[in-house]
Design a protein around this ligand. Sequence first.
Ligand SMILES: NC(=O)c1ccc[n+]([C@@H]2O[C@H](COP(=O)([O-])OP(=O)(O)OC[C@H]3O[C@@H](n4cnc5c(N)ncnc54)[C@H](O)[C@@H]3O)[C@@H](O)[C@H]2O)c1
Ligand SMILES: [Zn+2]
Length: 443
Amino acid sequence: MGAGKSTAARELGGVDADALIESAAGKPIAEIFREEGEAAFRALEQQTIVLALGGGAVSSPAVRDALADTLTIWLDVDVDTCWERVRGSDRPLAQDEAAFRRLYEGRRGLYAGVADVVAKDVHDVVLAVAGVMVERGALRRLGELVPGDGAVALVSDPQVAGIHGMDAQLALGSMLTETHELPPGEEAKTLAAVDRLWQELRLDRGGMIVALGGGCTTDAAGFVAATHLRGIAWTPVPTSLVAQVDAAIGGKTAIDLPQGKNLVGAFHWPARTVVDPALLETLPEPQRLEGMAEVVKTGLLAGEALWELPDDELVRRCAAFKAAVCLRDPHERGERAILNLGHTFAHALETAAGYEGLTHGRAVALGLLAALRLSGRDTEVVEEVLRPEPARVDRERAWQAMRRDKKARDGEIRLVLLGPDGPQHGVSLPEADVRRELDRLIA
Ligand SMILES: NC(=O)c1ccc[n+]([C@@H]2O[C@H](COP(=O)([O-])OP(=O)(O)OC[C@H]3O[C@@H](n4cnc5c(N)ncnc54)[C@H](O)[C@@H]3O)[C@@H](O)[C@H]2O)c1
Ligand SMILES: [Zn+2]
């Protein structure tokens, strides 16, 4: 009582059952259909609900039995906090403090007995439901953390393989049956690179791809996992800040075409996502700044200064924010669009720059300035944390790119803005205002 179960259930209240099923089963729905049939899927569907179980429910052996096949999350909050939250309420078991404390101590053993995961707050609950674990040192426990007992193929990029590949291989031990390298950077997200990987992979349908690297590695390896034998399970192990707070969360995988970035891809929720913030210690400073742009974006959306937190907490909170949005809207039919805050401007600038001389993070920093100004907000945070500098691109090219943006409908530019009650997507503003703000971002 008072741990925050109802808050956590509300945070997950709008969760899409398909995403929950995929995350719990560790495989895509198409695969469940193929391997176990529609009846099995319907059975899973009926079981897939998020339930905030009353604090005393586990006293019953029948309830404990029922929880055996269920992802059970113990929201373990200290007794003082719980008591502060419930004292003075009319809940019958919260009338006497000494009795409340005895009840709390008495039940801890029961909770420990049924819990698959111990969560300390609502963010941990979201991460557990999404199958994401954030833990310093997790890379060294990779063998235990990768679900299932099938064969594992490790996919990495040359730089990350050189720094962390050996630790990953040692941790995977005898599960590891093959290792592969994708080319560095955006080169990984090409048809040629994934074609090579498709042809090299020996895994059967019970196998698992472990993708160790930045967002380019996880996007490309995830896409291969989504398509190899019509889809096998995968576990991203993101190593860059961009990938830990953004790219490896939410199940979007993609490669690029000459016509544009991320134009071919699939939604393919990972069986598990293993995030080890200690890996960020070897990340070069410019790459860190790339990630900070997404961190600031996430903090602005969440309405909290997440960029001020120490690394482990910063990663945990950003990953949980994105996971919650994606669980509620896994296929981007609505709310998920808020994650594009600042990105309509950013993509226009990147296109105008021909993807040279202007990184995504630098473009997002500029895009956030424009989004904040159009939202009538202060831009100080972006100036201080990201220090954006005006882009040297052609104004007319940037404007034309902005109008062609894939989120533009009926010729109107749709934006994500921060309203008084939180983020809003699909906002259209007078063209002159949008163009004025775009112009201000250009040197
Ligand atoms: N799928 C999504 O939802 C999503 C979201 C955001 C971004 N993305 C994609 O992510 C990609 C960008 O990701 P990125 O910035 O991580 O690029 P990246 O994968 O190229 O990594 C950046 C560089 O950092 C190096 N690196 C990574 N981790 C390291 C570590 N721990 N130590 C030392 N070096 C390390 C890599 O070798 C690489 O050189 C883009 O293609 C973007 O489209 C996808
Ligand atoms: Zn981005």
